[in-house]
Design a protein around this ligand. Structure first.
Ligand code: DQA
Length: 145
């Protein structure tokens, strides 16, 4: 049976390609989704890409993933550094979790150095630009494919 991966992006990532391109690059979220969808298809994986600026919506999608996704690739944006609620939702999810940051958060302001999500993630990718999403998906495929 084909496996499903939720690609969840948090606040401000709808502006990818327009927002601070010197940090986040020129590719849009649609470009990222298209590349990950194509990569997933080559291995028989279905990718569902979602983005929200609202913490509760992200939590609802993580709950939905309990019955609908074998893995979550998550860039929680700024909620990475603030959200115990997203961490708790991930604790209630049994599949694989990979955390992706486009920028190297450790090279930036001190408030970006702590992640509430990392303690639940199988792996963390930071600073590989938008390629980080494909790297995370490759890892999901090699673990579950
Ligand atoms: C980010 C890093 C976060 O600190 C920031 O708030 C974001 C994007 C990244 O992808 O590099 O919105 O998660």
């Amino acid at each position: 049976m084909s496996k499903t991966v939720f690609l969840i992006n948090g606040p401000n990532l709808n502006l990818l390609g327009k927002r601070e391109p010197s940090i986040y690059g020129a590719d849009t979220l649609d470009d990222v989704t298209a590349r990950c969808t194509a990569l997933g298809e080559t291995a028989g994986f279905t990718l569902k890409s979602m983005q929200s600026n609202h913490e509760g919506q992200i939590i609802d999608w993580i709950h939905e993933a309990r019955d609908a996704a074998d893995a979550i690739i998550l860039n929680p944006g700024a909620f990475t550094h603030t959200s115990v609620a997203i961490f708790d939702a991930l604790q209630a999810y049994e599949g694989l979790v990979f955390e992706v940051h486009i920028s190297n958060v450790h090279k930036r302001e001190a408030f970006r150095h702590h992640s509430f999500v990392s303690a639940r993630a199988e792996g963390v990718i930071a600073g590989f630009g938008v390629e980080g999403y494909e790297l995370a998906l490759r890892r999901v495929i090699s673990l579950l494919g």
